[in-house]
Write a protein that binds this ligand. Structure first.
Ligand SMILES: Nc1ncnc2c1ncn2[C@@H]1O[C@H](COP(=O)(O)OP(=O)(O)OP(=O)(O)O)[C@@H](O)[C@H]1O
Ligand code: SF4
Ligand SMILES: [Mg+2]
Length: 332
C-alpha cells in the first residue's frame, strides 16, 4: 500500500502564560495509506487540533515535514501550495462557525470551486448535495435552517467540492447527538468507499473511533504513545494511558467490549500543565503502573512485543512505555 500522507516529527510550540513554551506537538509522525481511515485520539489539550492545523499548513509547524503524495506541503509556496490544498481538506467540529450564516448553501458549497476557477459550479453543487444525502433544494436555504447533522453534511459537501484525496475531520461529530453522530460516521465510511477518500479522523471519544477507523494513534501531551490497528487496540491496549482511556468507555452491559483484561482503570489526576512536561515518561504522575525508572527515563515510541506476540503475523505494537514489551529489533 502507498501512503497518501506522511507526517514526520512535527513540532509546534506556542508561547505559554509564564513566558515558557507549550510543545503542543512534540515530534508527531503518522502515515495514512490510500483509502484508509486513521483515528487520532486523546484528551482535550493533547494536540489533536494543532496536528490538524499544522498538517493543513493553516499554521506553520516549528519543524518536521508533511508530504502529500509527491508534494512536500511544508515547503510548498504560492500556486503549488494552492494546488496541494485542493487535495487535502478539513471539516471542523462546529459547522456553524465554519459556514457563513449570510450565504446560501449553494454559495457555501460552491465557493472553493469559484476560488479555483472551476466551470460548471451549479451542476457540481447539486451533485455534491446529493452525495452527502441532502436534497438539491437545500442549495437555496441558509445554514441556520438546518439541524446540526445537516449542517455537518453541508460542511462535508463543501470539503468534497474540489475532489480532495484526503479529508481531515477534527471532532466532526463531537457536537452531535449520538444517533446523528452515527449517521455522519456512516456517511464518512460510505464516502471513503465511493470516492476512494483517505481520512484522518480526530476525536476525544474512543467509542466513535472504534467503528470507523482502520488504525488509531493515541496522543498524550503532544506525542503519540500508542499506534495500532483499531481492532487490536480495543482488544488489547498496551500503553497504560490507552488502557485507562479504553476502560473508561461506557458500554451497554451485554456488549461488554472492555479490554481483554476486563479492566476498569480510573485516570487519576488532571493533565499536567502543558508548559511543564513531567520528567521521564510524561504520563508517570497519573500512571497506575509507574515505577522509579519512569520518572527519569523517557520511553521511546518503539515496536514492542510481549511473549504472546512472538510468531504472530503482526508482531508487537508501537508503544511508548517501558513495560509494553521488549523492543522488536529494527521495529519502529
Ligand atoms: N493558538 C494557541 N496559542 C497558545 N496555545 C495554544 C494555541 N493553540 C493550542 N494551544 C495549546 O496547545 C495545546 C494543544 O491544544 P489543541 O487545541 O491542539 O488540543 P486538542 O487535543 O485539539 O484539544 P480539544 O480536544 O480540546 O480540541 C494546549 O495546551 C493548548 O492550550
Ligand atoms: S513508562 Fe512507566 S509511567 Fe510511562 S506509561 Fe509506562 S509504566 Fe506508565
Ligand atoms: Mg481540538
Amino acid at each position: 500500500m502507498t501512503n497518501i500522507l506522511e507526517v514526520r516529527d512535527l513540532v509546534k510550540t506556542y508561547p505559554a502564560a509564564d513566558g515558557g513554551r507549550v510543545r503542543a506537538l512534540d515530534g508527531v509522525s503518522l502515515d495514512l495509506e490510500r483509502g484508509e481511515i486513521l483515528g487520532i485520539v486523546g484528551e482535550s489539550g493533547c494536540g489533536k487540533s494543532t496536528l490538524a492545523r499544522s498538517v493543513m499548513r493553516l499554521e506553520e509547524p516549528d519543524s518536521g515535514s508533511v508530504r502529500l503524495g509527491d508534494t512536500d506541503l511544508t515547503t510548498a509556496r504560492g500556486r503549488a501550495l494552492m494546488r496541494a490544498r485542493a487535495r487535502i481538506q478539513i471539516v471542523f467540529q462546529d459547522p456553524f462557525g465554519s459556514l457563513n450564516p449570510r450565504h446560501r448553501v449553494r454559495t457555501i458549497v460552491g465557493e472553493p470551486l469559484v476560488v479555483h476557477g472551476r466551470k460548471g459550479v451549479d451542476a457540481r453543487v447539486r451533485e455534491l448535495l446529493e452525495i452527502v444525502g441532502l436534497p438539491t433544494s437545500a442549495g437555496d436555504r441558509l445554514p441556520h435552517e438546518f439541524s446540526g447533522g445537516q449542517r455537518q453534511r453541508i460542511a462535508i459537501a463543501r470539503a468534497l467540492a474540489l475532489s480532495p484525496e484526503v479529508i481531515v475531520a477534527d471532532e466532526s461529530v463531537s457536537a452531535l447527538d449520538v444517533s446523528i453522530q452515527s449517521q455522519i460516521i456512516n456517511l464518512l465510511a460510505r464516502l471513503r468507499k465511493e470516492l476512494d477518500l483517505s481520512i484522518v479522523f480526530i476525536s476525544h471519544d474512543l467509542s466513535v473511533v472504534r467503528h470507523l477507523c482502520d488504525r488509531t494513534e493515541v496522543m498524550y501531551m503532544g506525542r503519540v504513545v500508542e499506534a495500532s490497528k483499531t481492532r487490536a487496540l480495543f482488544k488489547d491496549p498496551r500503553h497504560p494511558y490507552s488502557r485507562a482511556l479504553l476502560s473508561a468507555i461506557p458500554v451497554p452491559p451485554k456488549k461488554a467490549v472492555r479490554t481483554e483484561r476486563g479492566e476498569r482503570i480510573i485516570l487519576s489526576g488532571e493533565l499536567p500543565d502543558p508548559a511543564h512536561r513531567p520528567s521521564g515518561c510524561a504520563f508517570h504522575p497519573r500512571c497506575f503502573m509507574a515505577e522509579e525508572l519512569c520518572r527519569h527515563e523517557e520511553p521511546a515510541l518503539l515496536r514492542r512485543r510481549l511473549e504472546k506476540d512472538i510468531g504472530q503475523a503482526d508482531e508487537g505494537r508501537l508503544a511508548a512505555c517501558h513495560f509494553a514489551g521488549d523492543p522488536v529489533p529494527g521495529g519502529t
